[in-house]
Design a protein around this ligand. Structure first.
Ligand code: FES
Ligand SMILES: [Fe+2]
Length: 424
């Protein structure tokens, strides 16, 4: 449970709010590079932290992220002409470059110097690992770009997507670090379950949660039939990333997520999929593109809103639910998460909830976030900005009961940059 005051602090991220100011100290994944496929391509609307913005790629391949609204009479630059090194408002022709400078003002007389006095809000952007990152904070506080395994692997080894989630960002994070729900919400019936699958069916894991330099290290252990514990180890990396452990084979497809606030009532749910040692096969990639993969969801064409959404109850199939093959009756892990997280309301009232022992990670995560936001107000540096400290990997492992997971999984949890080819 959280007081109404703390819940407000945790969930509001507009400029000037404590959490909004904290988030503006980190690089923000704004959109996929491929969403701006070529110089002078069409601009893309991106709302971040309560600010409506327009992303575009100029003639020189530089990405700009500008205020959506033209400083002249506030027309949307979404309708702008992307041409000759800038985005031109179609209302009266004012044109802005990727840095926000007004470079042409054809509606004013040639002798006017009004153009030199006008600019539009713009945020610096960098492309790395297939993502356009932006920084929305004070210029002199800009940190290094974050380095995750998924941004280091070659392009052929990764597949990323983003979609709208119609809830506050923190409801997504809470789902991402809540290892106990996989035994219910995402339960599948296996005819001949492996020891790992059997262990996952145990819905009452014991949690060990440790604060770290980057956020939280969360170990969830389950009893197995023999002398081992089955550990699922998740990292919560500030300010909004969760690295999800693979169920069995460490070399399989790996997963990470980010929940980036659009505004207080919506967020961008990013899914990062990658295979460290091998390219993603073409059929698997095709499935992901088509939204047939569990995490990468089918979207309404021309939008980033899932086909399964709250207006159609996520296409819940009650027959499927009764069949016990699928616990929720909702298809796709991503949509199962969206359904429950959005169903609690756009901003869940945490003053009315009843938390149990399996909510341990969530309780600590809230505290870490609130303390970081309050700390920043007092002049403390935000956690998780040291790029070296976030080089971690999620893991799942069977360990003898007398081995602490921090020791037994130490090697699996290390991210060694030398193992990777740098992507561009
Ligand atoms: S509103 Fe954009 S040029 Fe006038
Ligand atoms: Fe989930």
């Amino acid at each position: 449970m959280l007081s109404k005051e703390d819940n407000k602090l945790l969930t509001e991220t507009d400029k000037g709010t404590p959490m909004g100011e904290l988030f503006r100290r980190y690089w923000v994944p704004a959109l996929l590079s491929e969403e701006l496929p070529a110089p002078d391509c069409q601009p893309v609307r991106v709302t971040l932290l309560g600010e409506k913005l327009i992303a575009f790629r100029d003639t020189n391949n530089q990405v700009g992220l500008l205020d959506e609204f033209c400083p002249h009479r506030r027309a949307s630059l979404f309708f702008g002409r992307n041409e000759e090194g800038g985005l031109r408002c179609v209302y009266h022709g004012w044109k802005f470059d990727a840095c926000g400078k007004c470079v042409d003002m054809p509606s004013e007389p040639p002798e006017s110097n009004f153009k030199s006095k006008v600019s539009i809000k713009s945020y610096p952007c960098r492309e790395f690992g297939g993502i356009v990152w932006t920084y929305m904070g004070p210029e002199n506080e800009m940190p290094e770009l974050p380095v995750f395994e998924f941004t280091l692997v070659p392009e052929s080894h990764r597949f990323f997507s983003r979609r709208i989630q119609e809830s506050n960002y923190f409801q997504g994070i809470e789902g991402g670090i809540d290892s106990s729900h996989i035994s219910f919400l995402h339960r599948r019936v296996h005819d001949n379950p492996t020891p790992t699958q059997k262990a996952v069916e145990n819905g009452a894991p014991k949690f060990e949660v440790g604060k770290t330099d980057y956020g939280l290290l969360i170990g969830a252990r389950r009893e197995t039939k023999d002398e081992n514990f089955y550990w699922r180890i998740t990292q919560y990396v500030m300010p909004w990333y969760a690295l999800i452990p693979p169920t069995t084979n460490q070399s399989q497809l790996r997963t990470g997520h980010a929940w980036v606030p659009m505004d207080n009532e919506n967020c961008w749910h990013w899914s990062f999929s990658w295979i460290p040692e091998a390219p993603i096969s073409e059929p698997m990639r095709e499935n992901m593109r088509a939204g047939r993969h569990e995490l990468h969801t089918e979207l309404i064409p021309g939008t980033l809103r899932p086909v399964q959404n709250k207006d159609n109850d996520y296409l819940i199939d009650r027959e499927l639910q009764r069949s016990k093959k699928n616990y929720s009756g909702i298809r796709g892990i991503g949509m199962q998460d969206a359904a429950v997280q959005e169903s609690a309301g756009v901003i869940v009232d945490r003053s009315t909830e009843k938390l149990g022992t399996s909510d341990a990670a969530i309780i600590v995560a809230r505290r870490v976030m609130i303390n970081a936001a309050k700390g920043l107000e007092k002049g403390e540096a935000p956690p998780g900005l040291d790029v070296e400290k976030i080089k971690v990997r999620a893991a799942s492992i069977m360990l003898s009961k007398d081995v602490p997971f921090q020791e037994g999984a130490a090697e699996l949890m290390k991210l060694r940059e030398s193992d990777f080819v740098y992507s561009s």
